[in-house]
Ligand binder design. Structure first.
Ligand SMILES: Nc1ncnc2c1ncn2[C@@H]1O[C@H](COP(=O)(O)OP(=O)(O)OP(=O)(O)O)[C@@H](O)[C@H]1O
Ligand SMILES: [Mg+2]
Length: 358
């Protein structure tokens, strides 16, 4: 049964694999003559390919020659000659497919082949990595290959100015994290003048660790927000009150309707929600000296209470966030690294990732 399902899912795969294997041998046949080219003649291939594109040749038609050129450039610039299986993976990527390659199989090098081919159009190619460190490492590591072929490379970093970002996007190849590309896209959409934008379009990109980025990371949306307000006295008042309340922790089936259970609020760690009980509400009103929290115009006080309860019940110091120089720094739940410049939305913790200063 499973075998049958597997076969259905992989329908057509054999045919595609055959087609790719055929192309690999064409690339291999071109190797001896490519090896005979001088460095200058090899670099000259980029100009030649671009001319041929201008004459109407397609990327698919150029693929074997372009891949042969990059293979040779990689060998000369880094000492690594892409293996046939790596060339196969590169072809799958060019076709827009997901290539599953195990750890250590050399995905960083594989990417240079389709990146070079698609960068020939001059519209900018993006390579998406999981963190800033890998963005700069990969750009530096693979940079010599592109530069050998006369292309420019750059890496985005979290702390970059708009000018530096614009310059990075102007390069033929731009490495960066999905969050940087995402926030730049959002900010560009809020730009008041066209020349304030940093990106120059989205033509082609390759995503490293695609399962992590398109499945895990995609669960938390990117939200852009205005500059944060200064912590007001209200925050401290509510934080003080929240500390005095009794929490009841539930998992997955939060229901705060039951009163008199001897708790003030409920924390659902799985759904990441909090709910106050009647009893708890009365205590809060008593502690703050307020008659009716819900009578406040605009619901500001209720919002303050909810955020204070979430901060108290759901967010743990040195796990979800840490304090550095008197500032709250959010810890990325996937990588454990500090997310610089990032803060929680709604002025307090929430399930979203926000970035201030937009
Ligand atoms: N064609 C090659 N010739 C020689 N060495 C290679 C070649 N391709 C890759 N390597 C080496 O293999 C190692 C792993 O490469 P890389 O980090 O790109 O793997 P990866 O597939 O991205 O792994 P991970 O999943 O851990 O990120 C590197 O040290 C690299 O130098
Ligand atoms: Mg890798």
């Amino acid at each position: 049964m499973f075998e049958f399902v597997d076969k259905v899912l992989r329908f057509g795969e054999g045919k595609k694999l055959k087609q790719i294997a055929g192309l690999v041998s064409v690339v291999a046949e071109l190797e001896p003559e490519t090896q005979r080219l001088s460095d200058e003649a090899l670099r000259g291939k980029t100009v030649e390919f671009r001319d041929r594109i201008a004459q109407g040749e397609t990327l698919d038609e150029l693929l074997p020659e372009a891949f042969a050129a990059v293979r040779e450039a990689a060998r000369r610039a880094t000492g690594m000659r892409p293996f046939d299986v790596q060339v196969m993976g590169a072809m799958a990527l060019h076709q827009g497919a997901i290539a599953e390659m195990k750890t250590g199989e050399g995905k960083t090098l594989v990417a240079t082949l389709p990146v070079y081919l698609n960068a020939l159009l001059g519209r900018g190619v993006h390579v998406v990595t999981v963190n800033d460190y890998l963005a700069s490492r990969d750009a530096e590591w693979m940079g010599p290959v592109y530069e050998f072929m006369g292309l420019t490379v750059a890496a985005l970093q979290n702390n970059m100015s708009s000018e530096d970002r614009r310059a990075a996007y102007a390069a033929d190849v731009t490495y960066g994290t999905n969050t940087e590309f995402g926030f730049d896209y959002l900010r560009d959409n809020m730009a008041l003048a066209l020349d304030h934008r940093v990106q120059r379009g989205h033509y082609y990109c390759i995503v490293d660790e695609v399962d992590s980025i398109l499945v895990d990371e995609a669960r938390t949306p990117l939200i852009i927000s205005g500059p944060g307000e200064h912590a007001a006295k209200t925050y401290y008042d509510f934080a003080r009150v929240a500390r005095q309340l009794k929490a009841r922790v539930v998992v997955g089936s939060g229901d705060a309707s039951g009163d008199g259970g001897g708790y003030d609020y409920e924390v659902d760690e799985k759904k990441k929600t909090v709910a106050i009980s009647e009893e708890g509400l009365a205590r809060v009103e008593h502690l703050l000296g307020v008659d009716n929290l819900y009578e406040d115009q605009g619901g500001q006080l209720v919002n303050h209470l909810m955020q204070a309860l979430r901060a108290q019940g759901l967010f743990k110091r040195d796990v979800d966030y840490l304090l550095q120089d008197g500032e709250v720094k959010i810890i990325d739940e996937f990588t454990g690294r500090i997310l610089e410049g990032r803060r929680y939305s709604e002025g307090a913790p929430s399930g979203h990732r926000g970035q201030g200063g937009g």
